[in-house]
Design a protein around this ligand. Structure first.
Ligand SMILES: [Zn+2]
Length: 451
């Protein structure tokens, strides 16, 4: 069925002739309405959403994605109508369609903690991760959260050459804090540990400096168990949390050499200092994007660390920190934009018939215990939960703001005329992807008359 540009006129249920299917071999959508005298088919947004599609409106186009967030088609706006020509779509093949969709380079930049486009290019060019679409990662615009969150590179030149040849040969540690704001769990310090050879990093959140010792002892047992061999050297600054009897006794017993960086040359501790700076910059950027409250800093640092391990690359060997540590490529296909609104299926509580099926949450990162589960902050109970049944609204807050402005503009321009022309075609935004559609625009993609 061909779709032409249209100006939608009043339609009533009686004028609905038939429902059918549109699309091509790779994609078809059933129950599309053909309206008498209209020459066009109506796609229903609520139907698309019910079928698991995500519908996103922008001022110039409407993008429909499948559950994997691959773009299925784009309807371009003509005046106040979003139109799609399925005949044109038939001429495109599947790979062409998905290639177009997968090239959402800026979405991946945001999902991966605002990692640089250079780094993203490197990841695809050398095939270093699983789940990252092949597309052109080019910095063709400025990213506001990046500008606000990242400092100008300081001239902290630390060309640390090390002849370390395996994991656990040299471990760097540092502690930052107290932070101005306590985390949700009441923590004020972050204990950062970096393995020199792989650059794999661990972060722990503490209420007091003296907790460093206990955490360090547990850490050593954990990584030595994982690797099957022992740590050789640990390196730290001369902070009281690292220079004390407990730690020295433990190192002596374990056979570790404890190197202390000279107070005059903090560059000796450069690896972990740089890591600290990267983590904090990423944390600021991530909190900025959706204006997330500062007491989520520990969640942001934790997620930043998780992302860095999986996407940062050791230049010399062209492998991610994760691959160097774990011996296999990381999968990043399930990554989402930190701080975005998400909806978690309400499967635990006894649902009343009219209770909402989803809980509105804020996305905070990835579970450390459950594979591919997400950590979310439930906005009504104010608690952190973990779930695998989550739907995300990753719309760039700036785009959303533009959409709202555009909506206001359209409402203003069309005031008093649009309301009467379409009674049943008023667009219903997809609740699940929470993408806001210009409410009074007349759309080809319209409201379902099936209730
Ligand atoms: Zn950015």
């Amino acid at each position: 069925m061909m779709v032409e540009r249209l100006h939608l006129e009043t339609t009533t249920k009686e004028e609905l002739l038939v429902s059918g299917t549109v699309g091509n071999n790779s994609l078809s959508i059933s129950n599309v309405y053909l309206v008498d005298g209209l020459k066009h088919n109506l796609l229903s947004i609520s139907q698309l959403c019910d079928k698991g599609f995500h519908v996103m409106f922008e001022s110039s186009k409407c993008i429909v994605r499948n559950e994997k967030h691959e773009t299925l088609f784009i309807a371009y706006r003509d005046k106040n109508v979003y139109a799609i020509n399925f005949d044109e779509m038939n001429m495109q093949n599947v790979s062409c369609l998905s290639a177009q969709s997968e090239c959402d380079a800026w979405l991946w930049h945001r999902r991966l903690g605002h990692t640089s486009m250079e780094n993203l290019s490197k990841l695809t060019k050398h095939d270093l991760v699983k789940g990252l679409p092949k597309c052109t990662f080019k910095k063709d615009k400025e990213c506001e959260p990046c500008i606000l969150g990242k400092q100008v590179k300081s001239s902290f030149k630390t060309k640390v050459t090390s002849d370390v040849t395996r994991a656990l040969e040299l471990i760097h540690m540092d502690l930052f804090g107290p932070t101005q704001t306590q985390s949700l769990g009441g923590k004020s310090y972050c204990f950062v540990i970096v393995d020199d050879f792989t650059r794999y990093t661990w972060v722990y959140f503490l209420s007091h400096k003296h907790e460093v010792f206990d955490v360090f002892v547990k850490f050593c047992a954990l990584v030595e168990n994982e690797k099957g061999y022992k740590i050789t050297i640990i390196r730290s600054d001369r902070g009281g949390e690292f220079v004390n009897r407990n730690l020295e006794d433990f190192c002596a017993k374990q056979g570790y050499t404890h190197q202390l960086s000279s107070p005059r040359t903090p560059q000796q501790n450069g690896v972990v200092e740089r890591k600290n700076r990267t983590l904090q910059e990423m944390c600021r950027t991530m909190l900025n994007e959706y204006n997330i409250a500062k007491h989520f800093w520990a969640e942001a640092i934790n997620t930043a660390c998780y992302v860095i391990n999986k996407v940062n690359v050791r230049k010399q060997v062209k492998k991610t920190f994760y691959e160097l540590w774990k011996g296999r490529k990381p999968n990043i296909s399930y990554f989402k934009v930190f701080g975005c609104t998400c909806y978690v299926l309400n499967d635990k509580d006894q649902l009343d018939k009219f209770d909402p099926k989803s809980k509105v949450c804020t996305f905070l990162g990835y579970s450390m215990h459950k594979d591919k589960a997400y950590r979310v902050f439930n906005r009504s109970t104010k608690t952190i939960e973990e779930s695998i049944h989550v739907k995300f609204d990753e719309v760039d807050p700036k785009v959303k703001m533009m959409q709202n402005l555009e909506k206001l503009r359209i409402d203003d321009e069309d005031d008093g005329t649009l309301g009467q022309t379409s009674n049943s075609q008023e667009v219903e935004a997809c609740k699940e992807s929470d993408t806001s559609a210009p409410k009074n625009s007349r759309l080809l993609i319209g409201h379902s008359s099936q209730q």
